[in-house]
Design a protein around this ligand. Structure first.
Ligand code: COA
Ligand code: AMP
Length: 640
C-alpha cells in the first residue's frame, strides 16, 4: 500500500481543527463540543470544550450495544499464576458496572481521586474503568515503587479511596503489597477514608478494622451503575512520572481528547482493525499500560491482553511467542529492553521457531531508543516490520512513528521515523531557532499539543508552565535531544535533564541523589546513569563521606543500596555505588555528571574548561574501575 502519511500530515497541518473534528466522530458523545480547540487560556489549551462524554461508555457499553458483546475484550494471561482467563465486552461491562456502584457506596463521587496500587490482574483494569464510569479520577501507582513513593502520590492526589491487593508476583518471589500500603498511609499526611484489598491466593493481607475492606465483599456486590456524562475536559486520570527532583509530576489526562487520540492511533499508527487482538506487554502502572493495555484497544473495539509475566523466566524466552500464537495477536508493543533480555537468552531465536505466530503483523517498540542491533535481530527472527516509535507519559500517545495504518514509510534503524499528524516537532537551539538537518538540538513541539496530551499537571498550572512551556516560548519542551536527517527522519538520542531510562522505566537520578544525601554519613553525592547491555541504563552512585566518618565502603554501600530500594523501590535497580574523596565540579560548584557518565561508558570526554581540579577525573575513573565499571579504563581525554 502506498503511504497516505504525507497527505494526512499536510491535511492536518493545513486545518488541524477539521482533522480533529473528523477523528472525534470515532467516539460516542452525549453532547458534541462547542469548540474543537479552546485557546482562550493559551498556553493552556483545551480540546472539545463544551462536549459531554464518558470514557467507560466508549470502552464498553457502546460496543455491547453495537453487537460486540460476545467478543473477548480482555485476556488475562498470567504465567506466574498459571492462569488464562478471557472476559467478553458484556462480562467486563457487567463487572465494571458493579464496581462503579461499589465505589459510589464507598462515598466516591465524580471528581474524587482513587489510587490504585495493584499488580497486573484484571481487577486493576476493571477498577480503572469503574472510576471512569462514575467520573472519579484514578491514579495508578506502579507496584515496583516503595511506600515512600506511594505516600508522595497520596499526599498530592489526596484520594478518598485506595484500591490494592495482597501481593504482586515477580519471578521467584512474591511481593506483599499490603505492608507497603500501610506504611505509605502512615507516612502520608493525607489519610484516605477506606482501602479495598484484593486477597490473592499467594499471600493473605491483614486488614485494618474499620478502614480496610475485602475486595469481593466490597466490589462485587455493588449495585450496577450507569455511565455518568462528564465534561470532555474533565480529568480521567492522574499518572505520576519522574521529574527532575524526588517529587513526581502528576500528569493529567482529560476524557475526550484522550479517547479521540487513542482511537485514531489504534487505526492509523498501529494499523489494527476493531475485533483484532492487540498486546502491549507493559504494566498498567505506566502510561503504556493506561493507553494501550486498557483504554486504546477497548475504545477501538480490540481484544487486549493483560500479561502478568516477563519476557524471560516465565518460564523461558519463548513466553512472548507463546502469547502471540495462543491469542492470535495481530500487533504487539513492548520496550526494546524486553527484546535485549530475550536476545541474550536465545541469541539464535530457537524459541521463536517453536511457535507459528499466524496473523502477527507488526512489532512496535518504545520507551527508550531502539538500538539498531536489537531492531535488526527482531526483524530477522520475527520476519515482520519492527517499528520504533517515540512518546512520553506526558503525551499519552506517539509523537513520532511509522504510521502503519497510513501505509508504512521506509524504516531507518535508530529513528522513530517522522512526526505523527497532530505533532509539529522541531529541533531548536537555546534561542528557539531551528537547527539545520543532522545537527543536534532540543526537541520541542509547537503548541498547541494535540488532543490526548497533558493539559496541565495536577493542581499545578505553574509547575506545568515551568517544566514544559517557559524555556521555549510557543513550544512544548520534550526534554529530549536529537536531530533530524535530510529526509526528515527524527533521531531521539538523549534526555536534556537528569532522567534516566532503566529497563524502559523512567527514573530521576535527582530523586536518587536526594535519597543518598539523606544517609547520615554522606556529605555529598552524584548519581549518573551508565550504559547497560540489557536495561539500557542503570544508576550508579558516587558519595563523599562526612569528615571524620570512620566507616568504610563495605558498610556504607550496602546501606545506600538498601536505602534507595526502601525509599524509591526495587524498580530503581540501584545496585552500584562508590565512596570517593571528592566529586568533579566546575569552579562554580556544578557536578560534572555528563563527564562522569562518559568516563564510565568508556567514551572520549573533553576536559571542561571550568573544571575545579582535573586530577579528580583520574580519581573518579579509578573509583569506577574499583566497583567493576571496566569501561572506565578505556575512556580517553579528547585531544584538541
Ligand atoms: N512489583 C514489585 N516489584 C517489581 C515490579 C512490580 N510490579 N516490577 C519490577 N519489580 C522489581 C523486580 O522484581 C526487580 O527486583 P529485584 O531487584 O529484586 O530483582 C526490580 O524491580 C527491577 O525490575 P526490572 O527493571 O523489571 O528488572 P528485571 O531484571 O526484573 O527484568 C526486564 C528486566 C527487561 C525483563 C523487565 O524490565 C521487562 O520485562 N521490561 C519490559 C518492558 C517494560 O515493561 N517496559 C515498561 C514501559 S513499555
Ligand atoms: P516515559 O514517560 O516513561 O514514557 O519516558 C519517556 C522518555 O523515554 C522520552 O522522553 C525519551 O527520553 C524516552 N523514549 C521513549 N521512546 C523513545 C524512543 N522511541 N526513542 C528514544 N527515546 C525514547
Amino acid at each position: 500500500m502506498s503511504s497516505r502519511y504525507d497527505q494526512v500530515y499536510a491535511d492536518w497541518q493545513r486545518d488541524p481543527e477539521t482533522h480533529w473534528a473528523k477523528a472525534a466522530e470515532g467516539i460516542h458523545w452525549f453532547k458534541k463540543w462547542d469548540k474543537i480547540l479552546d485557546a482562550s487560556r493559551a498556553p493552556f489549551y483545551r480540546w472539545y470544550a463544551g462536549g459531554l462524554v464518558n470514557t467507560c461508555y466508549n470502552a464498553l457499553d457502546r460496543h455491547v450495544e453495537a453487537g460486540r458483546g460476545n467478543q473477548v475484550a480482555l485476556v488475562y494471561d498470567s504465567p506466574v499464576t498459571q492462569t488464562i482467563k478471557k472476559f467478553t465486552f458484556s462480562e467486563v461491562k457487567t463487572t465494571v458496572a458493579r464496581y462503579a456502584g461499589a465505589l459510589r457506596a464507598l462515598g466516591v463521587q465524580k471528581g474524587d481521586r482513587v489510587i490504585i496500587y495493584m499488580p497486573m490482574v484484571p481487577e486493576t483494569a476493571f477498577a480503572m474503568l469503574a472510576c471512569a464510569r462514575i467520573g472519579a479520577i484514578h491514579s495508578v501507582v506502579f507496584g515496583g515503587f516503595a511506600a515512600n513513593e506511594l505516600a508522595t502520590r497520596i499526599d498530592d492526589a489526596k484520594p478518598k479511596l485506595m484500591l490494592s491487593a495482597s501481593c504482586g508476583i515477580e519471578p521467584g518471589r512474591v511481593v506483599p503489597y499490603k505492608p507497603l500500603l500501610d506504611q505509605a498511609i502512615q507516612l502520608a499526611a493525607h489519610k484516605p477514608d477506606k482501602c479495598v484489598v484484593l486477597q490473592r491466593a499467594e499471600v493473605e493481607a491483614t486488614l485494618v478494622a474499620g478502614r480496610d475492606l475485602e475486595w469481593h465483599e466490597a466490589m462485587n456486590k455493588g449495585t450496577p451503575t450507569d455511565c455518568v456524562p462528564v465534561a470532555a475536559t474533565d480529568p480521567l486520570y492522574v499518572l505520576y512520572t519522574s521529574g527532575t527532583t524526588g517529587i513526581p509530576k502528576g500528569v493529567v489526562r482529560d476524557n475526550a481528547g484522550h479517547m479521540v487520540a487513542l482511537n485514531w492511533s489504534m487505526a492509523n499508527v498501529y494499523g489494527v482493525n476493531p475485533g483484532e487482538v492487540f498486546w502491549a506487554a507493559s504494566d498498567v502502572g505506566w502510561v503504556v499500560g493506561h493507553s494501550y493495555i486498557v483504554y486504546g484497544p477497548l475504545i477501538h473495539g480490540n481484544t487486549s491482553i493483560l500479561y502478568e509475566g516477563k519476557p524471560v523466566g516465565t518460564p523461558d524466552p519463548g513466553a512472548f511467542w507463546r502469547v502471540i500464537t495462543d491469542h492470535k495477536v495481530a500487533a504487539m508493543f513492548t520496550a526494546p529492553t524486553a527484546f535485549r533480555a530475550i536476545k541474550q537468552q536465545d541469541p539464535e531465536g530457537e524459541y521463536i521457531k517453536r511457535y507459528g505466530r499466524a496473523g502477527f503483523r507488526t512489532l512496535f517498540l518504545a520507551g527508550e531508543r531502539c538500538d539498531p542491533d536489537t531492531l535488526h535481530w527482531a526483524e530477522r527472527h520475527l520476519n515482520v516490520p519492527v517499528i520504533d516509535h517515540w512518546w512520553q507519559t506526558e503525551t499519552g500517545w506517539p509523537m513520532a512513528a511509522n504510521c502503519v495504518g497510513l501505509g508504512m514509510l521506509k524504516v531507518k534503524p535508530g529513528s522513530p521515523t517522522k512526526a505523527v499528524p497532530g505533532y509539529d516537532v522541531r529541533i531548536v537551539d537555546p534561542q528557539v531557532k531551528e537547527v539545520p538537518p543532522d545537527q543536534t538540538g532540543a526537541i520541542v513541539v509547537k503548541l498547541p499539543l494535540p488532543p490526548g496530551c497533558l493539559p496541565t499537571l495536577w493542581n499545578n498550572d505553574d509547575g506545568f508552565k515551568k517544566s514544559y512551556l517557559d524555556e521555549f516560548p510557543g513550544y512544548y519542551k520534550t526534554a529530549d535531544a536529537g536531530y533530524r536527517d535530510a529526509d526528515g527522519y527524527l533521531y531521539v538520542m538523549s534526555r536534556t535533564d537528569d532522567i534516566i531510562n532503566v529497563a524502559g522505566h523512567r527514573l530521576s537520578t535527582g530523586g536518587m541523589e536526594e535519597v543518598l544525601a539523606a544517609h547520615p554519613d554522606v556529605a555529598e553525592c552524584a548519581v549518573i546513569g551508565i550504559g547497560d547491555p540489557i536495561k539500557g541504563q542503570v544508576p550508579v552512585g558516587f558519595v563523599v563521606l562526612k569528615a571524620g566518618c570512620k566507616r568504610g565502603p563495605d558498610q556504607i554501600v550496602p546501606e545506600l543500596v538498601k536505602l534507595v530500594r526502601d525509599r524509591i523501590g526495587p524498580v530503581a535497580s540501584f545496585r552500584l555505588a562508590a565512596v570517593v574523596k571528592r566529586l568533579p565540579k566546575t569552579r562554580s560548584g556544578k557536578i560534572l555528571r555528563g563527564t562522569m557518565r562518559r568516563i564510565a561508558d568508556g567514551e572520549e570526554y573533553r576536559m571542561p574548561a571550568t573544571i575545579d581540579d582535573p586530577v579528580i577525573l583520574v580519581e573518579i575513573a579509578d573509583a569506577m574501575k574499583g566497583i567493576g565499571l571496566d569501561k572506565a579504563a578505556s575512556s580517553r581525554l579528547q585531544q584538541g
